[in-house]
Structure formats: structure tokens, C-alpha cells
Design a binder for this molecule. Structure first.
Ligand code: ADP
Ligand code: MG
Length: 258
């Protein structure tokens, strides 16, 4: 009897550059004569299609790191390549342009404009990006449908629930077809059931190929990611891959068969 030959699977080297490539990132805040180093030398590479959770205690530097990744702030030192392009040396205007094109941001407080209806809210970044009105409306309706809210397009934010507001914010982040979807504590204002619904949406988007980076201090939320990076005192404490919660649930349902 011959033993079956097991061919090791050698992954083909990826030709795509890291979506996020941070090297030696430092961020110093000066308040009067007091200097505080919020990030003290951070190296992170995130590849296309990853879903990463940044975790760590309050004050550890998570938001500072997200703001740098999202081009909302610049590092005091270090190099940042976004999709292979050096963005450390861009001017304010160039950074705003790159942010508009490449990044979708979701915040804890949904930041919807109260006087605009939902489809108009989703259109806002497309207006800034100079997308003509008809195409704007089409794309906004598409992403609203993607998050399951097409039938509420004409409602005002005050007429929908918190979970629905966050889904609109996700739609708005997706409207510009960004390279990278960032979310800072996206479930921070939501109850457990609604949090699971919003995380289910992020998991679906990830399954469709979207690169997702989210900040959370809740283990239940971090469990949705395929990789958890822990930040402490402005440094990366650990960086581990894991089976995302969605996949665990699916395995449990199928008795371990894919
Ligand atoms: P986290 O999101 O992990 O709670 P932050 O990145 O918001 O942490 O903050 C990290 C540290 O940097 C905290 O000690 C915070 O007080 C400090 N910090 C953040 N933003 C500023 C700022 N604009 N000026 C001064 N200190 C700041
Ligand atoms: Mg924070």
C-alpha cells in the first residue's frame, strides 16, 4: 500500500503591494511644554482583502493610528505607503484627494447630516469627488441597497434606528469604492444585537474582497476579524491571525465541512 503523496500548498507570492505599509510610525503630541508620544514606533503591513481588528486599552493609541492610516492626520516620524504609494510627503490637498479616493471611514457617532435624507447623506463624498449628479444618485442607491436600506432612501436620519444609521454610514463609506474601509469603534453606540448585525455587514463586505480595518476594545467584535493587532502604550504588543467568527459559526453548522 502506498501512502498518498501530500503536496504542500505553496502560496504564490503576492504581487499586489500592501494596502497599508507603516514603518517606524511615531506620533508626538505637544501640549504646552509637555510632550506626549502617542505612537512610539509602529510597523504594520496590511494586505489586500484582510480584515484586521486593532485592539487595546483606552489611551493606547488606536484612534491616533487609525487617523494616520486614514490620512486624517500625519505621523511625526516614519514612512507610510498606501497601496504602494508614499503618502508621507503629500501636501494637505493631495492628502485630502487621496483620502477621498482611497479611504472610506466609519465612526462611532454616525455623523449623518440631519437635514439630508439617507440617499443625500450617502452622496456627500461623491459630491466632493466631483461625480456628476445622475451617477451620484445611482451609486448612492446601489450602496444603500447593498446595506439593505434602499426602501428608506428618502427618510431622514432621525426616522431610523441606530443600527440603520450605522448601515447608512457604511454605505456612505463605500460609495466612493475605496481601497480601504476603516471603522473606529463602529459598534460603540450600539446594543449587542445591532452590533452583531453591523459586524455581519462588515464580514460580508470582507468576504466580497473589501479590506477592512476596525478599532474595538470588545473581544466579541474583534472575533469577527481574521487578524488581531493589539496596541499598548503606543506600541504593537501582539499581532495574531485567527479564524473569524463567521467562519467558526459556519463550521459549527456544517459539522466541520466547508
Ligand atoms: P485610544 O483610541 O486607544 O483610546 P488615542 O489614540 O485616542 O487612544 O490616544 C492615545 C493617547 O494620545 C492618549 O493618551 C491621548 O490622551 C493622547 N492624545 C490623543 N490625541 C491627542 C491630542 N490631539 N493632543 C494631545 N494628546 C492626545
Ligand atoms: Mg479611540
Amino acid at each position: 500500500m502506498t501512502t498518498p503523496q501530500v503536496t504542500p500548498v505553496v502560496p504564490a507570492p503576492s504581487l499586489a503591494p500592501a494596502v497599508v505599509d507603516l514603518r517606524g510610525i511615531r506620533k508626538v503630541y505637544a501640549q504646552g511644554d509637555v510632550i506626549f508620544e502617542a505612537l512610539r514606533g509602529v510597523d504594520v503591513q496590511i494586505m489586500p482583502g484582510e480584515m484586521v481588528a486593532l485592539m487595546g486599552p483606552s489611551g493606547s493609541g488606536k484612534t491616533t493610528l487609525m487617523q494616520i492610516i486614514g490620512l486624517l492626520d500625519r505621523p511625526s516620524d516614519g514612512a507610510y505607503r498606501l497601496g504602494g504609494r508614499d503618502v508621507t510627503t503629500l501636501s494637505e490637498n493631495e492628502r485630502a484627494g487621496a483620502r477621498n479616493l482611497e479611504i472610506g471611514f466609519v465612526f462611532q457617532a454616525f455623523h449623518l447630516l440631519p437635514r439630508l435624507n439617507l440617499v443625500e447623506n450617502v452622496e456627500v463624498p461623491l459630491t466632493y469627488a466631483g461625480v456628476p449628479p445622475r451617477e451620484r444618485r445611482e451609486r448612492a442607491m446601489q450602496v444603500l441597497a447593498r446595506v439593505g436600506l434602499a426602501d428608506k432612501a428618502r427618510n431622514l436620519p432621525s426616522q431610523i434606528s441606530g443600527g440603520q444609521k450605522q448601515r447608512v454610514a457604511v454605505a456612505r463609506a463605500l460609495a466612493g469604492r475605496p481601497r480601504l474601509l476603516l471603522a473606529d469603534e463602529p459598534t460603540g453606540n450600539l446594543d449587542t444585537r445591532t452590533s452583531e448585525e453591523v459586524m455581519g455587514l462588515f464580514s460580508d463586505l470582507h468576504a466580497e474582497g473589501t479590506t477592512v480595518v476596525l478599532v474595538t476594545h470588545e473581544d466579541d467584535i474583534g472575533a469577527y476579524a481574521g487578524r488581531v493587532i493589539r496596541v499598548r502604550d503606543g506600541l504593537i504588543e501582539s499581532d495574531r491571525r485567527q479564524t473569524p467568527r463567521r467562519q467558526m459559526e459556519r463550521r459549527a453548522l456544517t459539522g466541520g465541512h466547508p
